[in-house]
Design a protein around this ligand. Structure first.
Ligand SMILES: [Zn+2]
Length: 284
C-alpha cells in the first residue's frame, strides 16, 4: 500500500518552529500539481538548497530526518523541473513513472494538508478569519473560539467471502470493462453518524448487494489522502442467501468471483487491491 514506505518512517508531529535544513524538501503546489525535479531515484521534490529564496514556508511533516515544507509564496524555480498532477503519485504497474515510494506518499499526504489549508480559511460559525495554532495542526477563530482540525473521514472496504468465492462489484461511473476478477472492486462506503464499523459494514454490503454478512473482523487500514479518508479493511462471511440484488444507482455490476478467477497486479497502492490479492492467494 502507498503508506508502506519501510525502511523509511513517516512523522506527522507538528513542528512549526523547526529550522529547515538544506536537505529538506520544498513542496511547490499550483492548482492540483506539484513541482518535481529529476534525481537518482527518478522524480522527487526539490531540496531546500535548490531554491535559494523560497519565501514563506509552512511545516508539513518529516520522513526519516527529511522535513517537508509547503511553499506559500511564488519562488523562482530551478530549470529542468516540471509540474505533475497529484495522480502522478499513485500511478502503478509497468508504465509507472520512476519515483521513490516514500516521495509518492509524501506527495499525496501533502495534498490532503494543502487542500485543507486552501479550503479552510474562515470560521464556519461566525465568518472570522482563521489563525494557525502554534502548538498543533489546528486552525482557530479568535472571534468566537471555534477550533478546526484536518478532515479525516472513516470509511470501510469490505471483503465478503463465501468459501472460495469473493463478492466483487463495479461502480456505475467506472470505465473498466471485462471480468470482475480483473477490474472489480469491493463493497465500500463511508461510516454514518452513530455507527460502529461492524454495523456500517453490514449496512453497506446490504445496501449495495442485498446480502447479509457474519463473522465480521478487522483486516488492515489505510490513510487515503486523496479523499481525506481513513479506510478500514473489513473481512466478513456471507450469512444466508447468496442472491445479489444490485443497487443500480451506484453499481453497474456485482457477482461472486472464484479465487482462481482473480487476476491482479500486486504492486498497486490501494487497500482494496491488497485485500483482493490476499483473498486470491489464500491469505485472507
Ligand atoms: Zn468564529
Amino acid at each position: 500500500m502507498i503508506q508502506d514506505i519501510a525502511p523509511h518512517t513517516f512523522h506527522i508531529a507538528y513542528r512549526p518552529d523547526r529550522t529547515p535544513k538544506p536537505s529538506d524538501r520544498l513542496m511547490v503546489c499550483r492548482a492540483d500539481t506539484f513541482f518535481l525535479t529529476d534525481g537518482a531515484q527518478g522524480a522527487g521534490f526539490p531540496r531546500f538548497d535548490a531554491i535559494p529564496d523560497p519565501g514563506p514556508v509552512r511545516w508539513l511533516f518529516e520522513i526519516d530526518e527529511t522535513g517537508f515544507y509547503l511553499c506559500e509564496g511564488e519562488p523562482s524555480l530551478p530549470p529542468g523541473g516540471f509540474f505533475r498532477p497529484v495522480s502522478f503519485f499513485r500511478q502503478t504497474g509497468a508504465v509507472a513513472p520512476a519515483m521513490a515510494k516514500w516521495q509518492r506518499f509524501a506527495g499525496v499526504t501533502a495534498w490532503q494538508i494543502v487542500r485543507w489549508y486552501r479550503d479552510t480559511r474562515f470560521c464556519s460559525r461566525c465568518g472570522g478569519k482563521l489563525t494557525h495554532s502554534e502548538k498543533e495542526r489546528m486552525l482557530f477563530c479568535k472571534a468566537c473560539g471555534q477550533t478546526i482540525y484536518p478532515r479525516i473521514s472513516p470509511a470501510l472496504i469490505i471483503a465478503v467471502y463465501d468459501g472460495e468465492r469473493l463478492l466483487m462489484s463495479r461502480y456505475r461511473h467506472s470505465r473498466d470493462t471485462g471480468p470482475l476478477g480483473e477490474t472489480g472492486v469491493l463493497p465500500a462506503g463511508y461510516m454514518e453518524v452513530g455507527e460502529t464499523p461492524e454495523q456500517a459494514a453490514a449496512r453497506e454490503v446490504w445496501e449495495e448487494t442485498g446480502v447479509h454478512i457474519k463473522n465480521v473482523r478487522y483486516y488492515k487500514s489505510q490513510p487515503w489522502a486523496l479523499t481525506d479518508t481513513l479506510l478500514l479493511g473489513i473481512v466478513a462471511e456471507l450469512d444466508g442467501s447468496d442472491k445479489i440484488t444490485l443497487q443500480e444507482d451506484e453499481l453497474s455490476a456485482a457477482g461472486w468471483v472464484h479465487r482462481q478467477e482473480i487476476v491482479r497486479e500486486t504492486n498497486d497502492f490501494s487497500l482494496t487491491n491488497e485485500m483482493i490479492c490476499a483473498f486470491a492467494s489464500g491469505r485472507l
